[in-house]
Write a protein that binds this ligand. Sequence first.
Ligand code: GLN
Length: 484
Amino acid sequence: MHTKSITELLAALQGGEFSAHELTSHFLDRIRSLDPHYNSFITLLEEDALQAAFRSDQRRAKGEAPLLSGIPIVHKDIFCTQGIRTTCGSRMLHDFIAPYDATVVEKLNQAGVIVLGKSNMDEFAMGSSNETSHYGNVHNPWDLERVPGGSSGGSAVAVAARLCAAATGTDTGGSIRQPASLCGITGLKPTYGRISRWGMVAYASSLDQAGSLTRSAEDAALMLSVMAGHDPRDSTSIAAHVPHYTAELDSEVKGLRIGLCREYFEDGLDASVAACVQEGIAELEKLGATISEVSLANIKHAIPAYYVIAPAECSANLSRFDGVRYGYRCDDPDSLEDLYKRSRSEGFGREVKRRIMVGTFALSAGYYDAYYRKAQQIRRLIKNDFSSAFDSVDILVGPTAPAPAFKIGEKSEDQIAMYLQDIFTIACNLAGLPAASIPVGFVDGLPVGMQLIGNYLDEATILRVAHQFQLQTDWHGRVPATAA
Ligand code: GLN
């Protein structure tokens, strides 16, 4: 059961091969026996999930089966879930129970999913390895001594190890695509504003975007059909038509113009990863796509600009955690100032504090023009580079991460090396463009991802190219030995 795609599961549920209750119990059994190796869950919802599955079967028997009826999924623990705690991987929110569901959660519930639990993540989504979580490291199912990537590492592992059918994630600088690449699955970050951010704990609001982690592009198309759409509760959500993503998967790739960004194949890319991506590109060429080279001259400034903008926004967003309204509060404060200081020092981890300090500095009078304004100007230049590239190509293809999964602890003391993990993903967030990572091969038994970057609101082309590629290859079908 656990190796089936969402489409296959829906057919089996509809055909009465097994019930949603049986399917849910099966995934819960797998989680109980396998997750101690991975630590991909923060909260497991056994009772709730079984009851929801029971109700789902009853509704199906009555002929009521919305699009994802009975499909067991996992939410990254950054999405607010009514009555169920939402920790965001932080001690600060260890006991936080939201009084409402995030729009993403609400929409997926309406579509009939069964929520198995909330997945582990880097604290407040800050990280590329899942090592900053208050709830411990997450282990990569392809090699338990290695990181799964981050910050949506728990979601990526739960999908890769077949502990659920699909998962939600968020991507501020690469947090869906990079873990998808390191775990050998399909990760989609849609256009900024395509999916509502309402009820998603904010890290850097102008960059944060929800998306999915799935086994295939076809599954991603199903998830996006449910998750996308305008939400009046999120003023940055886009009021654009949501296409019928699954219906568009079958159009062929022939004649599609693919751009290779020259800068993505220069510095910093592991040669074995480059070779896998080149083979992936050759496969697309076989399908009739034409390849040309494009240049994104300002992309080299993406990481420095991001590490001013993201901390600046996070320093503002995280100021709400003051020990007063909600979240962690220190014991026996002797003054209001002591309450603020100790609640924040004890509630936040090191990386979060580092970012708050950098962000506060960058926004302070006297430095605002030197850092924040400059970073915003770079952001515009990067956007312009992408716009000119999309004048001559339909999609950009390149690597997702510079190398396969690294060892736990290997980069924790070297912030720059850690930040460079997102060298190929961050520019899309600065520009707001949609992008996906799909499995394209293995290096020494570790998965490698290929990134597909689309034009604004053109998730359909990304999904179609990914699906056509997956019809020809089976990288996305491989299951790690630890999860067999
Ligand atoms: N690794 C990046 C960071 O730490 C991106 C994280 C994300 O996309 N949430 O900011």
